[in-house]
Design a protein around this ligand. Structure first.
Ligand code: C2O
Ligand code: CU
Ligand code: CU
Length: 512
């Protein structure tokens, strides 16, 4: 049987962010090649058959990214980005969240079904500088590549830009039973795709680069490495790719148009592997792909590009033949039950620049925008009202759940959207239908994952509840408290303090 190989990006070409006036194209990095950094796996402080304890420390540091001066960076247990976490489904996980920064932060588990709003780590769960918090959770969700990032609205974008982003691998027995590469750092490789502009002395300057439609830089940075090379010592590689950029879409393809196979999207394996030569990821989306180097030999180099800029080089070394066969079927997706009465919720993402909004409103931490009972799926029809002319693909993300993509403008979702996801790119003028079920009660945010759009108010929140219990009242953060805290920590006057998202509210004559 010949397999179908997709060679287009699916997304509408006129909607690519390359068409936006403020777009910053990637440039070929003129830095010397360096070995691709592989974030080490974080070892638990303690582990038993049933429980595991970890400590995560948000910290500042310095990183040698370019020759010359080190860049001031932030990370989790590392000067930049983080250590990779690996959680087993069913284990009781205890995490100490320690903030060694000079300002408040939060620890958001993007893609984990954990209870909101506190364990989930959105803006309602600040950890103040010098303080620690304990959280614990047990995961009940399929194996996936998820991530951890800072989420202290409206400074989420800036803190992620400083480096507060780490991979979180969810492992389960089903995934472990499949013939897939899983030796971390050898044939199972995280690739966090980001972009930065290096200013004087190799420093980043978020404020100088600020754009309300998302901050970009011309230099691709992969796992914190510019111009990285990876030494391939196995025939097959599993790449866990995360679009960890604030705003950039990545249009990925290899030299020689090498075919690759996507086996997982954001929140689970795909029911069937999908074969590609080209793949586009929008912000916060993940793809696990298998690359087979069988037609290459020692000494060859295979390059991964985004558009036409090389971003990672794979240097091929001698490897043992690998005849493992990828199964045709990787996972059973059990769609949540739908009834003739299943409600359809309409969600509208509108605007660009400072005008961005959800359902015509900007985010307000104290306002609950919607409610949904746990255990019961609802359709979410998410519309992007931008037009192709000057509009954008808005990556729509929901906290605390993994959804299914049901349709795009009434037609089939893209072929690699048949697994669980938590982020979906919505084209200008398009309505994407999702099937969303929450299993835990709490308050969860949903928003555009162009992080500056999120900070700028293209965000809302939903309270999920157990219909058999009284509606709990959650203590929700407010902007006043957060701004005062940031101002105090930064030693500046709250009225003159600059924070990214605030501009968008001010220019619209609104209070946060
Ligand atoms: Cu990546 Cu509100 O999250
Ligand atoms: Cu999230
Ligand atoms: Cu957006």
């Amino acid at each position: 049987m010949t397999q179908h190989v997709y060679d287009d990006y699916f997304f509408d070409e006129p909607a690519y962010n390359t068409h936006d006036g403020g777009y910053v194209p990637l440039e070929v990095a003129d830095a010397p090649e360096s070995q691709l950094a592989i974030p080490p796996l974080l070892k638990p402080d303690k582990e038993t058959d049933t429980d595991a304890w970890y400590t995560l420390e948000a910290q500042k540091g310095e990183t040698q990214i370019l020759p010359g001066a080190k860049t001031k960076t932030w990370g989790y247990n590392a000067p930049l980005l983080g250590t990779t976490l690996a959680f087993e489904v069913g284990k009781h996980i205890h995490v100490t969240l320690k903030n060694s920064l000079d300002e408040l932060t939060t620890f958001h588990w993007h893609g984990l079904s954990v209870s909101g709003p506190y364990v989930d780590g959105g803006c309602h769960a600040p950890v103040y500088p010098g303080e620690s918090k304990q959280i614990d959770f047990t995961l009940d969700q399929p194996a996936a590549t998820t991530w951890l990032h800072a989420h202290p609205c409206p400074s989420t974008a800036e803190q992620v830009w400083h480096g507060l982003a780490a991979m979180v691998l969810v492992r389960d027995q089903h995934e472990a039973s499949l013939p897939l590469p899983r030796t971390y750092g050898v044939d199972d490789i995280p690739l966090v795709l980001q972009d930065r502009r290096f200013h004087e002395n190799n420093q980043w300057d978020y404020h100088a680069d600020y754009d309300p439609d998302g901050v970009q830089g011309p230099t691709a940075m992969i796992n914190g490495t510019v111009n990285p090379v990876f030494d391939v010592t196995t025939q097959k590689l599993r790449l866990r790719i995360l679009d960890g950029a604030n705003r950039r879409e990545w249009r990925l393809h290899f030299s020689d148009d090498l075919e690759f196979t996507q086996i997982a999207s954001d929140s689970s394996l795909l029911p069937e592997p999908v074969h590609f030569t080209h793949l586009m990821l929008t912000c916060a989306e993940r793809a696990e792909i298998i690359v087979d180097f069988k037609n290459y030999k020692e000494g060859d180099t295979v390059t991964l590009f985004s558009d036409d800029v090389p971003i990672v080089k794979f240097r091929i070394h001698a490897f043992k033949p690998d005849n493992s066969v990828l199964p045709d079927h990787l996972i059973d997706i059990h769609a949540p039950k739908v009834l003739p009465t299943t409600p359809v919720r309409k969600i509208v993402m509108s605007g660009m620049d400072e005008q961005v909004a959800i359902d015509g409103k900007k985010f307000n931490m104290q306002r609950i925008d919607a409610t949904q009972p746990i255990g019961l799926a609802q359709y979410w029809d998410v519309t992007n009202t931008n037009t192709m002319h000057g509009g954008m693909v808005h990556p729509f993300h929901v906290h605390g759940t993994q959804f299914l993509v049901i349709s795009r403008n009434g037609g089939a979702p893209y072929p690699n959207e048949h697994g669980y996801k938590d982020t979906v790119g919505v084209n200008p003028g398009e309505t994407v239908r999702l099937l969303v079920r929450f299993d835990l009660p709490g308050v969860y945010m949903y928003h555009c994952h162009i992080i500056e759009h999120e900070d700028g108010g293209m965000m809302a929140q939903i309270q999920t509840y157990d219909p058999n219990k009284p509606m709990p009242k959650y203590r929700l953060m407010d902007m006043e408290t957060l701004t005062q805290a940031f101002a105090k920590e930064r030693g500046v006057d709250p009225d003159t303090m600059w924070m990214a998202g605030m501009d968008s509210y001010k220019k619209m004559g609104m209070k946060m």
